[in-house]
Ligand binder design. Structure first.
Ligand code: ARG
Ligand code: ZN
Length: 532
């Protein structure tokens, strides 16, 4: 008999309630798993398991690291990542949107998210999530109500500063009216308990009604997350725009056969019996679309990066050694990009590689995501690996202010592929590769990179003409000033946000040249300038 999703959910909920009752609360000892509303076992979510003998996570867990170490440290607010300074001039920001020209509904005005804690219990095969997300934020103005972006998961409790708040939840907007109005400058905490199957209706999760699921995805091997640009709200309530970056704590509980790979550093694993709880923390603020939780049967392999930078790669167990070997040059790539772009911006890096034909890769912060075929017909694996790595500087550390400037991510990452070719194969290989790209761009009438539409954000013009723009800039100003421009840009906007105009300003400042015409021709004109 095939049950509907709702029926499965209802049955699971009832069983979980039974389990909870069977395990009347014992002595409560403070541990990492503090969310009292989380069910104590995943057994009922796992179709093959008959036993529901729950072992409370609060009863002396066998921790692999001392408990004290597992207490999340809250990061201080980072300047330059507040929604306040990042609202579009062209559109009016509303409470339920930041006025992004391409995605006016994304993000919310009125507050600055500082830190998210995602505490999720995940039934991997059933794809059921029981979650508690806490957002710590600072209000920018006096507010009687505010919004979060959140998809159609069922909310069970919602509090602001520990007190129940009124809320309404329609499609991707969650409107919250706290019992007491918030004053400008006030730090406040929103806690949302929720449950359900994320993205059970994939058509529902994009303001533009995309067909494919953005965000939380259930696949043969488990769960992965790929949210760019608007999928984060499929699994947690969030101010979903890169303008409002925040730090994160992930506390993810899964059946013990699975491994969790999330952004940042693994601080510990708590064994609860049939489940394990993985604790990850990010040191640096992160745009919401880069938040990633991957759950599968992974091998964790480490490499040593330059200056002792820790690198951890998660390969799905079924992947063969040839796929793993493609990542051998990551430390060398980090070394090279650090030299030309400035220091690697984060405290950890690595790849998570799924045994699945993803058809794309994504630069999730500190932990890029790849599918089984890392390369494709046009681009080899090394290029894709260099591409996602370079996004850690361009896109992740220096984030977009407006999605329309997506070429600041993808053009720079394409350029990085070509620079890696130059570094590893020589100048001739680089020049001839770029000439090939130019020919392709011409034959296919690729669009100017700086004005994509919302439903064509990742068009080839953005990637390739974007990269060619930087090739042309390099020719114009010479290597020394070109790389100094890139380094000034990455350091000035590190952990912050930039616009196309900001990059042009840095390029003009560093080179002392008027570059408006060059950028205008490459970025905005239908017809490409000749290749210099
Ligand atoms: N930023 C990604 C890259 O590096 C693109 C992601 C496109 N997303 C997708 N679902 N195809 O190329
Ligand atoms: Zn990219």
């Amino acid at each position: 008999m095939k049950l509907t999703k709702r029926a499965r959910l209802t049955i699971a909920m009832s069983l979980l309630l039974l389990v909870a009752c069977d395990n009347a609360p014992g002595p409560v000892t403070p541990t990492v798993v503090t969310t009292s509303t989380l069910p104590t076992t995943l057994a009922t979510l796992m179709p093959t398991t008959t036993s529901v003998a729950a072992k409370s996570p609060t009863s002396a867990p066998a921790t692999s690291v001392p408990t004290q170490q597992l207490t999340p440290t809250i990061q201080p607010p980072t300047p330059g990542s507040s929604a306040e300074s990042c609202v579009s001039e062209t559109a009016q920001a509303e409470q339920d949107g930041l006025g992004d020209p391409l995605f006016p509904q994304l993000g919310n005005s009125g507050y600055d998210a500082l830190h998210y804690t995602l505490d999720l219990l995940v039934g991997v095969e059933s794809n059921l999530v029981f979650g508690t997300t806490t957002m710590r934020a600072r209000s920018i103005k006096d507010m009687s109500a505010f919004n979060l972006d959140f998809e159609s998961l069922e909310i069970t409790t919602l509090t602001v500063n520990g007190t129940a708040a009124r809320y309404s939840h329609e499609r991707h907007e969650l409107t919250i009216t706290p019992a007491t109005s918030l004053k400008a400058g006030e730090i406040f905490t929103v806690t949302v308990d929720y449950r359900g199957e994320p993205n059970s209706d994939p058509g529902d999760n994009s303001p533009n009604e995309k067909e494919y699921a953005l965000g939380w995805s259930h696949y043969d091997g488990g769960i992965f997350v790929a949210s760019e640009p608007s999928g984060a709200a499929s699994f947690y309530p969030v101010n979903d725009h890169p303008c409002d970056k925040a730090t994160y704590t992930f506390r993810i509980t899964v059946p013990e056969r699975y491994v969790v790979a999330a952004n940042g550093t693994l601080k510990g694993i708590t064994e609860n019996g049939q489940t394990n709880t993985y604790l990850f923390e990010t040191r640096d603020p992160m745009a919401s679309y880069l938040a990633a939780i991957n759950i599968a049967e992974f091998d964790r392999e480490t490499q040593q990066g330059p200056g002792g930078l820790p690198i951890r790669n998660y390969f799905e167990k079924s992947l063969d050694s040839s796929t793993r070997e493609e990542f051998e040059r990551t430390p060398e790539m980090i070394e090279y990009f650090s030299q030309i772009y400035g220091p690697y911006p984060f405290d950890v890096y690595g790849a998570v590689v799924l045994d699945d034909n993803l058809g794309f890769a994504l630069e999730t912060q500190t932990l890029s995501l790849f599918g089984r075929r890392v390369g494709n017909d046009r681009v080899d694996a090394e290029q894709v690996i260099a591409h996602e790595l370079s996004h850690q500087w361009f896109g992740d550390s220096v984030s977009l202010t407006s999605w329309r400037d997506i070429w600041l991510n993808e053009g720079f990452a394409s350029m990085s592929e070509w620079l890696w070719i130059e570094h590893s194969q020589g100048e001739g290989a680089y020049e001839s590769y770029v000439r090939g790209v130019y020919g392709y761009a011409q034959e296919n009438f690729l669009s100017p990179p700086a004005d994509p539409s919302a439903d064509d954000l990742f068009n080839a013009g953005v990637y390739l003409r974007g990269g060619l723009t930087l090739y042309a800039l390099r020719k114009e100003v010479g290597d020394d000033l070109f790389f100094r421009t890139l380094q000034t840009y990455t350091s000035r906007y590190r952990n912050g946000n930039a616009r196309t105009e900001d990059f042009i300003e840095v390029a003009e400042e560093v080179s002392g040249k008027e570059l408006g015409d060059l950028f205008n021709a490459w970025l905005h004109h239908a017809e490409m300038p000749p290749l210099p």
